[in-house]
Design a protein around this ligand. Structure first.
Ligand code: ATP
Ligand code: MG
Length: 429
């Protein structure tokens, strides 16, 4: 993509309305624009990041055996009356009336709809277990939308739902998702701590929030320092991990048997990026979702739900990865891998070399944002640092005359003078 034609409205100044760094940087780097409180448009650069995150989530769900589908954003009120949540949900639910005076709503979540689909289409225990998911916009009329996309009113969520014949099966499904979540967040360069959370009336250890440590998080978590290393790989022994202490503030228990010694007990603010939850027959009982068991008798299905805040993750990743100059994208979610900077647009040699690099890199499948604008070098460097692409490849007249270009690593700040061939090899290798 050539920057001269790309729609990338960056801002020099910090927008007054943004209180936290990710929100400031998302506005300044031209990722999003607010259309109403807690409702955002995703501009091309931000949209690319959102899609990358969504794709990682999708790949790990698919790898775990979950099946993707797509449910609508608008749901009929009847389903929520069946489960009893229509009144309970309160003001967070955006209620709509259609032209025939039918009560509808913009889905804040999908337990009711998926339970109805399942109930109407699955008849036998032989069709279990199943995990179904979709990635769809939700609306919750939050009292205090804030921090940009981190607490929006409209937000993109991946929500999965598991269906099993008994508790043992439900526990297996839960563990499959627990593992998939660790892998998902590790692929985004995040250390997510699975924190024991409130599982309501059902109890047990079958509810975890996945928390990213960040000063600006809205939650407080207590955890064993051992998590700081474990979370990094995404390949961990889940039994060992679940034995380690990690609790949300309201669940913190100074007398817990697995509480680590004081020097290993950490407390930190966290951003909740995912939540997995076993709820048994909470919806299947009132909605009468049963299948025929082995003896032909109806069995009420056991369910769980598993959410990931896809749009919140864009902000959470920035909170975890930035510096004073701007965003530092982990390569897996970066909107482009390379920012190609032509320091002297209009100069024959610089243009020829840059155009050539752009073509060769693009043909090798590398995503390149090519700054071919007629701007001062300082402006170009600032833009590149702000938008945070993992690599900057700088082509200038002096370097070219000496036969080299400069490759900068955005995260480490390391710069290397390389021949064009070596730079290409480095980026495509
Ligand atoms: P929170 O405590 O942050 O309000 P929640 O418990 O209401 O979260 P869930 O219903 O479990 O969240 O939703 C699944 C995921 O969706 C959350 O883990 C979070 O990442 C994301 N999410 C929830 N509410 C919002 C929101 N208002 N804006 C952006 N993402 C959200
Ligand atoms: Mg909430």
């Amino acid at each position: 993509m050539r920057l001269s034609v790309y729609f990338l409205p960056t801002l020099k100044e910090n927008p007054a309305e943004a209180q936290i760094v990710s929100h400031r940087l998302m506005l300044r780097a031209g990722l999003v624009r607010q259309s109403a409180a807690g409702i955002y448009s995703w501009l091309p650069l931000g949209h690319r990041v959102l899609r990358k995150i969504e794709q990682i989530v999708r790949e790990e769900q698919d790898a775990a055996g979950a099946q993707e589908m797509l449910m609508p954003t608008i749901q009929p009120a009847e389903l929520w009356q069946e489960s009893g949540r229509y009144d309970d949900y309160g003001k967070e639910m955006l209620r709509i009336t259609d032209r025939h005076e039918r009560e509808m709503l913009y889905g804040p979540t999908n337990e009711e709809l998926i339970t109805a689909i399942f109930r109407d289409n699955v008849k036998s225990y032989r069709d279990l277990p199943k995990i179904l998911y979709h990635i769809q916009w939700k609306f919750r009329d939050e009292v205090r939308p804030r921090f940009g996309v981190m607490r929006g009113r409209e937000f993109l969520m991946k929500d999965s739902y598991s269906f099993d014949i008994d508790y043992e099966g439900a526990k297996r499904s839960y563990d499959i998702m627990y593992r998939a979540y660790l892998k998902t967040f590790a692929r985004m360069g995040l250390t997510a701590i699975p924190v024991r959370a409130d599982s309501g009336a059902i109890g047990g250890d079958m509810s975890h929030e996945f928390q990213i440590l960040a000063e600006t998080g809205e939650s407080v978590v207590y955890y064993d320092a051992a998590f700081e290393d474990l979370g990094k790989t995404g390949e961990v022994d889940i039994e060992a991990m679940r034995g380690l202490y990690a609790a949300a503030e309201e669940k913190h228990d100074p007398n817990a048997p697995n509480l680590p010694p004081p020097e290993r007990l950490r407390t930190h603010r966290g951003i909740e990026v995912g939540h997995i939850f076993y709820f048994g027959t909470k919806y299947s009982t009132p909605m009468n979702a049963t299948v025929a068991g082995p003896d032909g008798e109806p069995v009420v299905i056991e369910m769980g739900s598993y959410g990931i805040g896809v749009s919140r993750l864009v902000g959470a990743i920035i909170e975890a990865s930035h510096d004073d100059a701007g965003i530092i994208w982990p390569e897996s979610v970066a909107p482009f891998k390379v920012g190609l900077v032509n320091l002297k647009a209009g100069d024959g040699a610089c243009d020829a070399a840059s155009d050539d690099l752009y073509r060769v890199l693009s043909e090798s499948g590398i995503e390149v944002l090519y700054d071919d604008r007629d701007e001062r070098a300082g402006v170009k460097f600032n833009t590149m640092d702000l938008i945070g692409l993992p690599y900057q490849l700088v082509v200038g007249p002096k370097g070219l005359a000496a036969g080299h270009v400069e490759l900068k690593n955005r995260r480490t700040g390391e710069r290397q003078e390389l021949s064009i061939e070596s730079a290409l090899a480095r980026l495509t290798g």
